[in-house]
Write a protein that binds this ligand. Structure first.
Ligand code: ADP
Ligand code: MG
Length: 283
């Protein structure tokens, strides 16, 4: 048991590891300095023992990254991939600005125009991913990172290729409660619409600083998602937000996933298309 919880070993050979940047369920992400060039990357170190029986997940993450990485300005770039005796290591561009989650928790919610500008980039990246036949399945503010002021979609660990012949075969419950669509809770299906729901929750979070389905207990949270029970309240958080923004969020949070617009369609929504000013964070 003590072996399982052990820290993944340092990255050998070409890299020297530095400070820890973040942690996920199966990984530790560390700074990795390239010994020859001095360039600094973010290295996702996945412990093979923790992944026993789930090796397919890592192979899948790499396969998907090979398709989406470096192809879009708002999707993280995978630079290198190698295995050591104990770990699988994925080296990414270093996103020095950290998680959107931290930015909002530390600095506060976004002004509406800035939120639209930010979310436009996220929707553009997600539209690219969906058009490549991939569903992300774990969109949340901890998987959206800042690099040189740009928002980047990261963590393709739960992503899947869509099967065009059987578009609704993804039936596992996966994702993060609070951001998961009702049909995912119900194990009905997991198509691109599930990502749109999560983006609706993220847009709400960016504008309000809290999420719409946050409840004291997990089953209450699930109930509120299943019944679509959310409000734009308290009023002091929402009174300065336009009906257009609320309408945008509501169309992402349509309970029936077959009625939700696609990411590409939402890029034409007037809330996202009116997008001309600089980004700043409200305190
Ligand atoms: P998991 O699949 O285990 O959730 P992630 O890929 O989401 O792993 O990485 C875990 C955390 O590590 C992220 O939430 C983030 O804080 C940090 N991280 C991941 N990739 C990078 C990166 N390229 N640059 C900086 N920090 C990163
Ligand atoms: Mg993650």
């Amino acid at each position: 048991m003590s072996q399982v919880s052990e820290e993944p070993a340092a990255v050998p050979c070409k890299y020297r590891t530095g400070k820890t940047l973040g942690r996920g369920s199966f990984s530790v992400v560390k700074e990795a300095i390239h010994l020859e060039t001095g360039e600094v990357f973010a290295c996702k170190v996945i412990n093979k023992r923790l992944m026993e029986g789930r090796q397919k997940m890592v192979r899948n993450e790499v396969e998907i990254l090979k398709i989406v990485s470096s192809r879009h300005a708002n999707i993280v770039t995978l630079h290198d991939y190698f295995e050591t005796r104990n770990n699988v290591c994925l080296c990414f561009d270093l996103c020095t600005g950290g998680e959107l989650l931290k930015v909002i928790l530390e600095k506060g919610k976004y002004y509406e125009r800035d939120a639209a500008q930010l979310m436009r980039k996220v929707f553009d990246g997600v539209s690219y991913i969906h058009n490549a036949g991939i569903v992300h399945r774990d969109l949340k503010p901890d998987n959206l990172l800042f690099k040189d002021g740009e928002i980047m979609i990261a963590d393709f660990g739960l992503s899947r290729f869509m099967d065009e012949d059987k578009p609704q075969v993804l039936t596992e419950v996966c994702g993060t409660p609070g951001y998961m669509a009702p049909e995912v809770y119900r194990k009905r299906c997991h198509d691109p619409g599930a990502d749109i729901w999560s983006l609706g929750v993220i847009t709400y979070f960016v504008l309000a600083g809290y999420i719409p389905f946050d409840r004291a207990e997990t089953d209450q949270e699930m109930e509120s998602v299943l019944s679509g029970d959310y409000t734009f309240e308290p009023s002091q958080s929402w009174e300065s937000v336009t009906g257009l923004a609320k309408g945008f969020i509501s169309s992402c949070l349509i309970r029936n996933h077959t009625h939700r617009p696609s990411a590409t369609q939402l890029l034409d929504h007037p809330w996202l298309s009116d997008n001309t000013r600089e980004t700043s964070v409200q305190s």
